[in-house]
Design a protein around this ligand. Structure first.
Ligand code: ZN
Ligand code: ZN
Length: 444
């Protein structure tokens, strides 16, 4: 027994040491961690490669994420899985602007690994794109790094993009289409759910960049109850994160949709995801990697486990801020965060929510001629109200029981390493809490 106890102590010390050394990316000394310890895993679920419109080889991209301390990565190309035989014309690769992609690919993985055919410099010169199952072994390590098969189901409705990322799928899913945005979302979700049932796997689907082309309104997002996740931050610079004078910001859309869900539809809110949506890997302007990610709290780095934890809301979204802990105690109705501090950096946390009995009036946004615009309506300030602002690294909020939900957004004094919009600051978004208590109520 004594032996076992000292072994446990050693394991615990090794774990603390590993966390201290490896934080925030994890990865180091992972083999020393006890198998069932809950910890945070860092991952990006929205990534493009040469399999669709990204400008680099999937192995180069996976290598980038491993080297930058991520624990999991989902390559999510448009309407395709990286599987089967696929040769890509070198001219097409050059046309994506990354002139040295092949040269760098060879330098990193060697002549033996890289397969080409045809004559260099000629139109018939092609490079083979390797499927995920062929290259994942180069990167995956138990407890350190995992690749999850994914697709960006890239659909359209009303001529607007309806893009949804499905992670941990086994077969490609064709965009299902629909007469309306809501119908297209519903149809694609049904297709994913049907595959999940057939394969017995946990599948994670998030609605992407609602403000890309100002395609998806808060009211539409609210209606599609079977969708549980939305990108609250997408690192692509062209996705209207902050909205504009005629359009709500993505965070406002999140709050409006969640308020409508809980108050009007008595349905659970959407959880918020941050992703890269990376396309560009040669440093040129555009959607570069490393801007948005999620941290998932789980005992194991394994796809079904991660997805189950995500569905349980055991994760947060980040564009730079790292949290040591996010605790919500339902019996005491207290939401408490511990921020991982950095020297010389200050943190401000806003607790945001909507209260029972809020002013639910809204009006359409109108164009110059006074005609209603197809976009999220204007709501009162009661929706997504700033309930409290707390400075420091241990912010907490005591719910009164009068909130439909409360969420926290932490903003650092530092800009991100590679901002996607002007005056951006590093942030972390935690999931709405307190709503379970409200779902049983009918009064509003
Ligand atoms: Zn997209
Ligand atoms: Zn994308």
């Amino acid at each position: 027994m004594k032996c076992l106890r000292s072994y446990r102590l050693l394991v615990a010390l090794a774990f603390v040491g590993a966390m201290w050394l490896a934080w925030p990316g994890g990865g180091l000394f992972a083999e020393e961690q006890a198998g069932s310890e809950m910890r945070w895993w860092k991952g990006n679920t929205h990534t493009h490669s040469l399999w669709s419109d990204g400008n680099d080889f999937p192995e180069m991209i996976a290598d980038w994420y491993v080297k930058h301390g991520y624990n999991f990565l989902a390559l999510s190309d448009h309407n395709v899985l990286s599987e089967g035989v696929r040769w890509k014309k070198h001219d097409e690769i050059l046309a994506k602007g990354y002139k040295k992609a092949l040269e760098k690919y060879r330098a990193r993985f060697g002549e033996e690994w890289v397969e080409t055919r045809g004559t260099p410099g000629q139109p018939d010169y092609e490079v083979r794109l390797k499927p995920l199952n062929e290259f994942r072994k180069l990167f995956e390590k138990p407890g350190e790094f995992l690749m999850i098969q994914a697709e960006e189901i890239s659909d359209k409705a009303l001529d607007k993009p309806v893009h949804m990322n499905a992670a941990n799928i086994q077969k490609a899913i064709e965009p299902q289409g629909g007469k309306t945005i809501v119908e297209a979302m519903e149809n694609n979700l049904r297709a994913v759910e049907s595959q999940a049932r057939q394969t017995g796997r946990e599948v994670f689907v998030h609605l992407n960049h609602p403000n890309f082309g100002y395609a998806i309104t808060a009211e539409e997002l609210a209606q599609v109850i079977r969708e549980r996740f939305v990108e609250v931050y997408n690192g692509h610079p062209g996705v209207g994160h902050q909205g504009d004078k005629d359009h709500a910001s993505v965070e406002q859309i999140w709050d409006i949709a969640n308020t409508l869900r809980i108050a009007k539809f008595h349905a659970p809110p959407l959880f918020g995801v941050a992703t890269d949506d990376s396309h560009v890997y040669d440093g040129s302007p555009g959607s570069r990697p490393g801007r948005g990610w999620i941290m998932v709290r789980a005992a194991k780095l394994e796809p079904d486990t991660l997805v189950r934890q995500i569905k349980a809301g055991e994760f947060y979204a980040s564009s730079g801020v790292t949290l040591r802990s996010v605790d919500y105690d339902p019996s005491h109705k207290r939401l408490k965060l511990q921020i991982e501090p950095e020297d010389g950096v200050t943190y401000s946390t806003q607790f945001v929510g909507t209260k029972i009995g809020y002013d639910d009036s809204s009006e359409p946004r109108v164009d110059k001629k006074g005609e209603p615009v197809r976009t999220t309506r204007k709501y009162s300030h009661d929706v997504g109200l700033m309930l409290a602002t707390v400075e420091g690294t241990s912010p907490a909020y005591q719910l009164t029981g009068q909130e439909l939900y409360v969420r926290a957004v932490v903003t650092s004094s530092l800009p991100p390493v590679d901002p996607s919009f002007k005056d951006q600051r590093q942030q972390a978004w935690t999931q709405p809490v307190g709503w379970q208590d409200q779902l049983g109520r009918t009064s509003q």
